[in-house]
Write a protein that binds this ligand. Structure first.
Ligand code: TXA
Ligand code: MG
Length: 336
């Protein structure tokens, strides 16, 4: 199958293919998603296949507004408040399903389901034209960094999907915040651009699920147990910019090929002669989040690189989302 690239105006074509059970990757403000008609179990099964994704890892159902959610989910006042405050936006809400509404292929066999209204005009129009929600895991090969450009999607899924709607690089660059409202105290299962503080403003008490998943245990967000966001080389987090010179000296002593990924002002103050490659994360936490996955993918193109030294950030606000993804890509290895 030849994968077609659609302009962001070709939503009618995208909706028509989705309606026929085809897979179409779509842009959002966070990362690109791999779309299929959420009411078509055969199409949803094909999503797992194209990504190489374990079938017990449920999919997010993308809607064009709250009304579409309530066709499938049980009413929830806290969710309604969140939707009013933050939709469309980078917030995924887990709710209890009404019985027999969405197939177990979508939910991974759970009685709950994740819903999100993405902040992207082309994608919202596509969903409205289809008249049904679309599932959308990130449109990468399972385990690889999530795609923040149509080119990343093409690299991973060319020949496996019908089309990609190209709407340029995504704005945020990290996946949505996932909040579970099926439990007594609302619980963040995955940090994202929408922060703990923003959720607390609407809901009061909110907790974060920091519980590391043990072997054989069923995690709350099944996706959190798999190896994630991993480039080919080993990532090592450098928690403070002042430690870069020491980390570089250590890798030089090991006689290995390495790359450095940090904000521009950090790069500007380092001797990088020994590095095989460098990648600038720009000049802010926003730019670092926006560019993190693109940077990790970039280094896969340089076969000799064995290690990537990557700049850490303070673990709060957007920094929590950045550190969550970077820690996973590094298998939690920090430079000490
Ligand atoms: O920003 C995003 O959320 C992107 C864009 C495309 O919308 N999508 C995305 O999907 O990141 P995915 O499939 O890569 O991640 C969904 C996460 C996984 O960790 C999954 O296990 C969890 O949400 N999840 C989905 N349904 C769930 C449920 N019913 N209960 C608990 N966790 C759930
Ligand atoms: Mg993903």
């Amino acid at each position: 199958m030849k994968t077609e690239i659609l302009a962001n105006t070709q939503t009618q074509q995208a909706a028509s293919w989705l309606g026929q059970g085809e897979l179409v990757a779509f842009p959002t403000e966070t990362v690109y998603g791999l779309g299929a008609d959420a009411t078509n179990p055969t199409a949803c099964r094909a999503v797992y296949q194209a990504k190489g994704r374990p079938s017990d890892n449920p999919l997010i159902v993308h809607v064009d507004g709250p009304q579409m959610v309530w066709q499938y989910a049980q009413k929830d006042e806290r969710a309604e408040k969140l939707m009013t405050a933050y939709w469309p936006g980078p917030l995924t809400i887990i709710l209890k399903l009404k019985p027999q509404t969405l197939s177990t292929t979508v939910t991974g066999g759970l009685t709950t389901c994740a819903f999100r209204m993405p902040d992207n005009a082309a994608t919202l129009t596509t969903i409205t034209q289809l008249g049904r929600p679309i599932v959308g895991p990130s449109a990468n090969t399972s385990g690889k960094p999530s795609p923040t450009t149509a080119h990343h999607v093409y690299h991973d899924l060319n020949g496996k999907i019908k089309a990609i709607i190209d709407d340029g690089p995504t704005r945020v660059g990290l996946e949505s915040t996932v909040i579970d409202l099926t439990v007594k105290v609302p619980t963040i299962l995955r940090p994202g651009a929408l922060t703990l503080e923003q959720l607390q403003r609407i809901l009061g008490t909110v907790q974060t699920d920091h519980h590391p998943v043990q072997a054989g245990e069923i995690p709350k967000a099944p996706g959190m147990k798999y190896k994630h966001y991993a480039p080919r080389a080993q990532v090592i987090i450098v928690d403070h910019p002042r430690d870069f010179p020491q980390a570089i000296a250590w890798l030089q002593q090991k006689k290995v090929h390495f790359a450095v990924m940090a904000q521009q002002e950090v790069l500007d103050n380092l001797d990088l002669a020994a590095a095989s490659a460098t990648f600038s994360l720009g000049d802010s936490l926003q730019s670092a989040s926006h560019l993190l996955f693109a940077g990790l993918r970039q280094f896969d193109l340089v076969p000799e690189i064995q290690y990537i030294l990557a700049q850490g950030q303070t673990d709060s606000g957007l920094g929590s989302a950045y550190m969550n993804r970077l820690s996973k890509s590094a298998g939690n290895q920090h430079f000490h």
